[in-house]
Unconditional design. Structure first.
Length: 762
């Protein structure tokens, strides 16, 4: 028998009513119960059961009580016999269901192609929609093999229609440019397609110039606006993934419509990605100029400070005089030992000047670094990116950028005397002493390079908080696009669903009262909490006493000993293989293309080797040297086609769900509803495209943010920028982990910071 469905479903779906009881006349024993099971299962699932094991045990018991036949009698009913066939015909006449004919299959494939497969490319989802459509049309689904065949036909029809639509929207000139992209050999140094596919390098002027050239090359193809209007973004992403892993020679082998669609999808999404990369490069470059300026000025000031002698001696004399006669006045005690009041005034003035000079020198070095090196890239970047703002308060920066572009190639030091140079809202007042200069005619003029440096700093700050956004970007897109289109009209409804007041004052007052109450409770309980102390420490005011380590359970020690005695040291690759065979998780690593020519056994063996190569950091080259018959080229080809972020995440979800399902509560206890989350820093070479400098860890690398349940079961992981908020990553993993775990709590290290994290889930 199948698993029980619960009392509610049994009563709703397996209770015989009205005319259904009349159909049972002249039937007795096993045939009576079998007829009732066939009827109610059809109305419940939209198809007849193939055997008794498909029927839930509690449903059979409920039917048996209604027809007054022992439930065990169902075991003698032949679901494939002549009586069952006759019963199916009788039930079809009563319910209106019919068998799926050839005409029905064609109609179903056409409906799927038009309404489902045009936006959903996953075969399993299309099959589910097919089953649902059959039930709505009172059609019995055909065999599973026939269902898969109809789904494949629908997917093929939908793709052909979409490919034809893309081809119709392309101008012949654009088609010729697309053909030229792949009319090169794979190892051609002038391979423009390879340049477009390449990810950005490290933060540098050279990287910025390469990315600008890349964006200009993509735009030079001339893809029409609205090329993918009406086409689901997931389909475009699938085409892009296929094009990204295929070489020019493989792309040339596709039929014309397929080839054009793949290239267009690649260029369309790469244009957004390169735009995002340039926006990030702008932010990182301005930060780098500022950081290096600060380091240089600090180094110079430290050297200058060391050259000044006598300050330590003065400090010692002041301390000795103060301790010797602590009750006398400063004028009587301090002034004589330092050489008079003038000495102290000079010393104060010097230190004040040092503070002012530090900021001034820092700005001068920033301007010099910008003018002498980075200006070439940043000015050219303004020519390919368009910045906008939805807030009038930041419009001065947009206008200032337009002014910079207009005079970008002028050779003069100043802006023309008659030009209106926007200062307020675009330039920080601290730059005022360097921003202007008096020319030979005694007129105050704005220095162009200083003005540009000021505006780029202001742009960076507004861009980081999305007060200014980039046209054509995805990550740095218009923030209004992230809101529901009907948010304003349905504001009351949205707030009601969130159970939040419309009045912000009421919301903050409630939150403030809650925080006061919790802090008061902590304050009252603090004297009795011997494991908690509030201290004045630089590393944080709250100090928790570490918990004593718990002893390992005796039975667990015995289990580990028995496993070691029986199997010894189990190789890691064997553990991965066993997990894959038990869960089928490698089936989630589907090919980015429509077909897979490799046999499943060969494919899975390669995927296991790749998982070992990546997971242990052994590398594909080292793994390929093993005695398994798979070359390095074979492994790299499989990695390009099968290893994706979505696929890896689906594998992790399936593995986590299988672990949760295998846990016996009698041994492992009840499942938890909380996780702990934190990041791990992995050091990486500077040439790694994703590596970043992390001030806390003092080196370059990448951050992986984990959500862990019970020490080692990861329910979610994500790549995290070194400058990103861990609170945002915590919320992301808690809301979108995708496993069957019912997550209700998340413990996270805030590193002494107080940040508000929130999320909305349906």
């Amino acid at each position: 028998m199948a698993s029980d469905v619960g009392l509610d479903d049994v009563v709703d779906h397996f209770t015989l009513v009205g005319d259904e009881l009349e159909l049972l006349h002249a039937k007795s024993g096993a045939t009576r119960l079998g007829f009732a099971a066939l009827l109610k299962f059809l109305l419940w699932c939209g198809r007849f059961p193939r055997a008794a094991h498909e029927l839930p045990g509690d449903a059979v018991a409920h039917l048996a009580r209604q027809v007054r036949v022992p439930a065990g009698e169902l075991a003698t009913f032949d679901f494939a016999g002549r009586s069952a066939q006759r019963f199916r015909g009788e039930i079809r006449g009563y319910t209106g269901f019919r068998e799926c004919s050839v005409a029905d299959a064609e109609a179903l494939a056409g409906w799927l192609a038009e309404h489902v497969a045009s936006g959903e490319r996953r075969p399993e989802r299309v099959r589910d929609e097919l089953i649902g459509r059959c039930r709505a049309e009172l059609i019995e689904p055909p065999t599973p093999e026939r269902v898969s065949e109809i789904a494949r036909s629908a997917l093929h029809q939908a793709e052909l229609a979409l490919l034809a639509l893309i081809t119709e929207r392309l101008d012949p000139v654009v088609v010729a440019r697309l053909e030229a992209l792949i009319a090169v050999s794979d190892d051609d140094e002038e391979n423009l397609l390879g340049l477009i596919k390449a990810a950005p390098g490290n933060v540098s002027l050279e990287t910025m110039l390469v990315e600008i050239s890349k964006l200009e090359a993509i735009r030079a193809i001339g893809l029409p606006a609205g090329l993918f209007t009406g086409i689901d973004a997931r389909i475009v992403a699938g085409w892009r993934a296929r094009a990204a892993v295929e070489s020019p020679v493989h792309l040339r082998e596709h039929p014309q419509p397929t080839k054009l669609a793949l290239l267009c999808a690649l260029l369309h999404l790469r244009e957004r990605e390169v735009t995002d990369a340039l926006a990030q490069l702008l932010i990182s470059t301005v930060h780098r100029i500022n950081a290096r300026s600060e380091d240089k000025v600090i180094t110079e000031l430290v050297k200058d400070f060391k050259r000044v002698t006598g300050k330590e001696t003065l400090l010692r004399k002041i301390a000795e005089a103060s301790l010797g006669t602590p009750d006398d006045t400063v004028r009587e005690v301090i002034f004589p030992v330092v050489g008079g009041e003038a000495t102290l005034k000079d010393l104060v003035a010097e230190y004040r000047q040092k503070g002012t000079e530090y900021q001034r020198q820092k700005r001068k070095v920033f301007k010099a670094s910008y003018s002498n090196h980075y200006r070439r890239g940043l000015i050219r970047l303004l020519g390919v990116l368009e910045f906008r703002s939805n807030n009038e308060a930041h419009q001065p920066i947009i206008d200032a950028l337009a002014l910079i572009v207009r005079y970008a190639h002028n050779s003069g030091q100043y802006y023309p005397a008659g030009e209106h140079v926007i200062i307020k809202g675009a330039v920080d007042p601290i730059w005022s002493d360097l921003l202007t200069s008096v020319d030979s005619r005694k007129q105050t003029r704005v220095i162009r390079h200083v003005y540009e440096a000021c505006v780029f700093q202001a742009l960076r700050e507004r861009l980081r908080c999305k007060e200014i956004w980039v046209v054509g970007a995805h990550e740095w897109r218009n923030p209004d696009e992230d809101l529901p289109t009907d948010f304003e009209t349905r504001r009351v409804e949205h707030y009601d669903k969130l159970r939040k007041p419309l009045d912000p004052a009421a919301f903050t007052a409630t939150l403030r009262d809650e925080m006061r109450g919790q802090l008061a409770a902590l304050n009252d309980a603090l004297p009795s909490l011997d494991w908690l102390r509030i201290t004045n420490r630089k590393s944080g005011a709250i100090k928790l006493t570490p918990l004593d380590a718990q002893l390992e359970p005796r039975n667990l020690r015995r289990l580990k000993k028995a496993i070691r005695e029986r199997w010894g040291q189990v190789p890691l690759i064997d553990m991965v293989t066993e997990a894959a065979l038990r869960t089928g998780m490698l089936g989630q690593l589907t090919a980015v293309g429509p077909r897979e020519a490799l046999a499943r056994a060969v494919l899975w063996e390669r995927l296991l080797l790749l998982a070992y190569a990546y997971g242990t950091n052994t590398g594909i080259s080292a793994v390929a040297a093993g005695d398994h018959g798979h070359s390095e080229a074979d492994l790299r080809y499989t990695a390009r086609r099968h290893f994706t972020i979505d696929g890896a995440r689906a594998v992790a979800i399936q593995l986590a769900n299988a672990t949760f399902a295998a846990r016996d509560p009698a041994i492992w206890g009840q499942s938890t509803t909380t996780v702990a989350s934190d990041s791990t820093h992995f050091r990486a070479y500077d040439q790694n495209l994703f590596t970043e400098w992390h001030s806390r860890y003092g080196g370059r690398g990448v951050l992986i943010y984990w959500h862990i349940e019970k020490k080692s079961m990861a329910v979610h992981s994500q790549l995290l920028s070194c400058a990103a908020s861990e609170v945002a990553a915590m919320v992301e993993g808690a809301v979108r982990h995708g496993t069957t775990m019912e997550l209700e709590g998340n413990y996270v290290d805030s590193h002494g910071q107080t940040e508000i994290g929130f999320a909305i889930t349906l």
